[in-house]
Design a protein. Structure first.
Length: 280
């Protein structure tokens, strides 16, 4: 057992597993699964969950883990939102700091070098929708419900919702969902492009793992470079974005994975079995 310096978080270790009070982090081969585990509260995000989530993200070894899945415990909820009781008496200054802490953690998810898949297994409301939008890919179960209900509580989305939702589904649809505080079901989320795929609940995690393994079998340096190119390119104009891509494209040619991948492709021996990429 160990304790992170400067944080009151105890982490229980066993091989491939780190269990915190509200978060379970498991490594299975070259993929990892992070489960938000506050099931009785529908996995709502209070400060303890945020601290555990922050610690779990710091534990991700991007040199060995090639894809990360984030999900919620149980069958009803991914993350039902922030803890309203914790927010209700905040001052403006405290509210801003409260939002910044959560934005910092969600941004850490978004900028993690490896691909992150959200496996949304139920309610994804408020902060739950926002954390899913911090992930690269969103898969959901048929019982999933998405929404940004904050204006019905007298506040704005505060954990990136006004920014990421508009980037994912377009400003018009984002404004409609945020202004009306209307929840949408899985089929509608798929129709507007908020989620990539919808599955029966019992198939969600197997499909998420299948996708993660499909990502993990590709050259990891190239995959990370693709994520960097897309994310950074979206923040600048096209001319500057193309330069970002050119530099990352060029950087791949110093890797052993590129040399092996192209040599295998050009090899005339079609009976030869392709070996896993070595991440170097």
């Amino acid at each position: 057992m160990c304790c992170r310096i400067g944080m009151k978080i105890k982490i229980q270790h066993r091989k491939g597993v780190k269990k915190m009070s509200t978060v379970l982090y498991e490594v299975k081969g070259n993929i990892a699964i992070l489960t938000i585990s506050r099931e009785k509260a529908l996995n709502a995000l209070n400060s303890e969950v945020l601290n555990d989530l922050d610690a779990a993200l710091d534990a991700v070894d991007v040199n060995t883990v090639r894809a990360l899945i984030i999900t919620g415990a149980g069958k009803k909820s991914f993350v039902a939102g922030a803890d309203i009781g914790e927010m209700s008496t905040l001052t403006p200054e405290e509210g801003e700091a409260f939002g910044k802490k959560r934005n910092d953690v969600f941004r850490k998810i978004e900028t993690l070098p490896i691909p992150v898949i959200a496996a949304v297994n139920g309610f994804a409301l408020g902060g739950g929708c926002e954390i899913s939008m911090s992930c690269d890919i969103r898969l959901c179960s048929e019982n999933a419900v998405f929404g940004q209900p904050e204006v019905g509580l007298g506040i704005t989305p505060g954990f990136g919702g006004t920014q990421r939702l508009a980037r994912i589904v377009g400003p018009g649809k984002a404004k409609q969902l945020i202004y009306t505080a209307r929840n949408i079901k899985a089929a509608e989320a798929y129709r507007i492009g908020l989620v990539n795929e919808v599955y029966p609940l019992e198939e969600l995690m197997p499909q998420a793992k299948k996708m993660a393994k499909g990502i993990a079998k590709n050259a990891p340096i190239a995959v990370r470079a693709c994520k960097k190119a897309i994310n950074e390119g979206l923040e600048v104009g096209m001319d500057e974005a193309i330069v970002i891509e050119e530099k990352l494209f060029g950087s791949c040619f110093e890797t052993e994975d590129q040399k092996y991948g192209m040599a295998f492709f050009l090899d005339k021996n079609k009976e030869k079995v392709k070996e896993p990429f070595k991440n170097c």
